[in-house]
Design a protein around this ligand. Structure first.
Ligand SMILES: Cc1cc2nc3c(=O)[nH]c(=O)nc-3n(C[C@H](O)[C@H](O)[C@H](O)COP(=O)(O)OP(=O)(O)OC[C@H]3O[C@@H](n4cnc5c(N)ncnc54)[C@H](O)[C@@H]3O)c2cc1C
Length: 439
């Protein structure tokens, strides 16, 4: 793709164009005080296309688009998209309980295409610093006062799945292409989150002629647990909680992320209902051969080839002294999650950046703490759940986070939304009780 803007120096260069950086690109669009350019290695915009199964939906409110929660009048809002497409009334009348994932992807694609500062087909190879950032791509060299890194996540496999040969096992991120032709085969889906649930539902819902012979669903969790999407829980996904969380000790933050994992990584109740109803119909109404096997509380501890070349998957259930049972399958789908993507391009300056555990250490503006000048910053999106909580990797805060980042570059501070109804922090004790009094 050719350069869309003249000149090689920018106020901000973005690495990666997923929803996170696209949100910042949308907020900065038209702002001549921060000339900006956002680069993505992909040839065109896509959003989890390998998991765009029919009937999948967005797991957050439709208001959590690229910009609305920070700048509701912005031209890149979801409403502006519906309006531009002439389908506002149709969308209202469709009465979706949750937005189709495909529609959100189409909205994001529209926003990327409308923004001349967003460029595809250009990979960032390295970043160095010499009074400004020097960004080398596979096409050119640019300089920038600030960088915004939004490289998202990469598929994650458990140790037992690493280095396994063959293409009859794959990560769920490739589901649409690799799971298209599984008629008559035995398939084992590993992973009890939303992605595993969607893969399982898709497989057991196929027309009879396209359906696998057996579909097994395995999870380490004690059950197929729902995502907690209730009002008070959703306070964890607000700006004020994000700021509160960031000030807690590292140990407490780690404990909270573990304790609250189902607020983000559980399964939508609608998906669970669909699965249960599908299993009911299959077992009691269609009375076909046993299609489904469900193994909660089972950890995959070994995977190897059986005598006939199929997969032998060993499962351990800790309720029974760690007893191991084996199941045979033709195909394994690893729905075992994602982890923040590596940022190898930062290697030339990596020694100058502070870290916290395995994350880059960030301040309140999501700028990496480093030994460089304070007006030259590297902002990171979606890469610091240990510091900002589970919301960091979710769509909930992308508009707010982008505005914080934009504010820092513009040297302004926008108004923050009102705080929570709840008192998250212990207030300073203003009237200490007498020693020995009950607390
Ligand atoms: C199937 C699925 C559905 C999800 N649904 C929801 C949901 O409903 N609600 C929710 O809150 N969250 C959801 N999430 C979680 C999260 O919101 C998304 O993963 C979101 O896409 C993260 O956005 P991102 O911009 O950080 O990263 P990504 O969308 O992963 O984008 C990163 C981009 O960086 C590019 N890139 C990487 N390295 C380079 C480089 N060196 N040079 C140039 N470009 C580079 C990549 O090509 C990619 O396009 C979902 C996740 C998945 C996997």
């Amino acid at each position: 793709m050719s350069e869309k803007r003249g000149g090689q120096h920018y106020g901000c260069v973005g690495v990666g164009v997923g929803p996170a950086n696209l949100s910042l690109a949308s907020l900065l669009h038209g702002d001549t005080t921060v000339p900006n350019l956002f680069l993505d290695r992909k040839t065109s915009f896509s959003w989890h296309d390998g998991q765009q199964m029919p009937d999948t939906t967005l797991q957050v409110s439709m208001l959590k688009d690229l910009v609305s929660l920070a700048d509701p009048t912005n031209r890149f809002s979801f409403l502006a998209y519906l309006h531009a497409q002439g389908k506002m009334y149709h969308f209202i009348n469709a009465q979706f309980d949750a937005m189709p994932r495909q529609e959100f992807r189409n909205y994001l694609t529209w926003a990327a295409e409308q923004n001349e500062n967003v460029v595809f087909g250009e990979r960032v190879l390295s970043v160095d610093f010499d009074t400004t950032f020097v960004v080398r791509t596979d096409r050119r060299t640019l300089t920038a006062d600030n960088l915004s890194i939004g490289v998202g996540t990469a598929p994650w496999y458990p140790d037992v799945a690493r280095d396994l040969p063959g293409d009859d096992h794959f990560h769920v991120s490739d589901f649409v292409t690799k799971a298209s032709d599984l008629a008559g085969r035995r398939v084992c889906v590993v992973g009890g989150g939303q992605s595993g649930a969607e893969a399982f539902l898709d497989l057991i819902s196929r027309p009879v002629a396209e359906r696998p012979r057996r579909v097994t669903w395995v999870t380490r969790r004690r059950n197929y647990f729902p995502m907690d999407d209730s009002p008070f829980t959703n306070d964890f996904y607000t700006p004020s909680y994000s700021d509160y969380f960031a000030r807690l000790s590292s140990e407490t933050r780690g404990q909270l992320n573990e304790a609250h994992v189902l607020t983000s990584d559980g399964i939508s109740e609608a998906t669970l209902r669909q699965i249960y109803q599908r299993v009911y119909v299959q077992r009691f109404l269609e009375e076909g051969p046993d299609l489904v096997a469900l193994h909660p509380h089972s950890e995959v501890v070994r995977v190897g080839r059986g005598a006939t070349g199929d997969w032998c998957v060993d499962l351990r259930n800790s309720d029974h002294g760690g007893r191991v049972t084996s199941l045979e399958t033709d195909v394994v789908v690893w729905a075992t999650g994602f982890r923040p993507a590596a940022m190898k391009f930062l290697e030339p300056i990596a020694h100058r950046l502070e870290r916290e555990r395995d994350e880059l250490s960030i301040d309140d503006s999501f700028a990496v703490r480093w030994d460089g000048p304070t007006d030259r910053n590297i902002f990171v999106h979606n890469a610091a759940p240990h510091q900002r909580g589970l919301a960091d990797r979710n769509l909930s805060l992308i508009a707010w986070r982008s505005r914080r980042i934009a504010d820092r570059m513009r040297k302004v501070r926008s108004d923050e939304p009102l705080g929570s109804f709840m008192e998250w922090s212990a207030k300073e004790d203003r009237s200490p009780l007498l020693p020995g009094a009950l607390r």
